[in-house]
Design a binder for this molecule. Structure first.
Ligand code: ZN
Length: 274
């Protein structure tokens, strides 16, 4: 029961093979930026990535980032403040390390954030050793993950089928939960763990989330379509922290595939009255 959109992603990629080259060029840029950038916390719940080491079937290896810096253009609200602060702080903060994961909940859409909080509560109540492994994932990091195992990217296995803006993580609408056992991450499905992953998925469904059949730790808000998100149609009941973060990611992205439209993210300002 492979969801339709994933078949679409695959066929789309075969049609637009030149995109791979374009993307790897962009990634080379990001990677060279990464080398220049010092690794440091910007206070966004970033986690170091030395705890990866996962299977081919997961897009969950490694870590995540604040939305990438750089990018000019018109800015507004908190996103511009963030980018201005990042620019003022120097290049070390303006280009976050794409291997860093983000686990802060404020970058999540509030509807999804509520579901995540309910899940985390349920883990506690039921003694399930799951922890939030990754929440919001910037398009820069998604592109970096996509490059892994592909020409121009890192060696090792392919870790994701999704390019930038093709994963719910870029919209704050997905999160990955991984077992934390004896002080380390575990993707084990052996013994008692098999039932734990099943329970994770059951609980997810209970709180309005859906799974991806090729990515066990992943849960995303059910009832949406990735095509809609890419067109800038988002769930209602959003809030400023989600909007500002997404806006920052959109503004700072100039790679392929294109970022969604920003119009739906933030309502237009009212006309000034004279
Ligand atoms: Zn995921």
């Amino acid at each position: 029961m492979m969801p339709k959109r994933h078949r679409h992603w695959f066929s789309d990629r075969f049609v637009h093979t030149s995109r791979i080259h374009e993307l790897s060029t962009a990634q080379n840029f990001f990677l060279s930026q990464k080398r220049r950038a010092a690794v440091g916390s910007v206070g966004f719940g970033m986690v170091s990535s030395d705890d990866s080491g996962n299977s081919v079937t997961s897009e969950d290896n490694g870590g995540s980032v604040t939305s990438g810096g750089g990018g000019g253009g018109v800015m507004s609200g908190g996103a511009s403040n963030f980018l201005l602060q990042a620019a003022a702080a120097g290049p070390a903060l303006s280009v976050p390390d794409p291997s860093m994961r983000r686990t802060d909940l404020m970058a999540l859409h509030p509807v999804f954030r509520d579901a995540v909080n309910q899940l985390l509560e349920a883990f506690q109540k039921e003694g399930l050793p799951f922890r939030l492994f990754e929440a919001f994932r910037s398009p820069v990091r998604q592109a970096w993950l996509y490059s892994q195992g592909r020409p121009g990217g890192g060696s090792g296995p392919i870790v994701t089928h999704a390019e930038a803006w093709q994963s719910y993580h870029q919209y704050g609408l997905a999160a990955d939960f991984v077992l934390w056992i004896n002080g380390q991450w575990s993707w084990s499905t052996l013994g008692v763990n098999a039932g734990r992953w099943e329970r994770l998925h059951k609980l997810g469904a209970k709180f309005g989330l859906e799974t991806l059949n090729f990515e066990t730790p992943h849960l995303q808000l059910a009832g949406l379509k990735i095509a809609g998100l890419q067109e800038g149609t988002f769930p209602s009941d959003s809030d400023t922290s989600w909007r500002d973060n997404l806006e920052g990611a959109i503004i700072s992205w100039n790679g392929e595939p294109a970022a969604p439209q920003m119009v739906s993210v933030r309502p237009l300002l009212p006309e000034p009255t004279k």
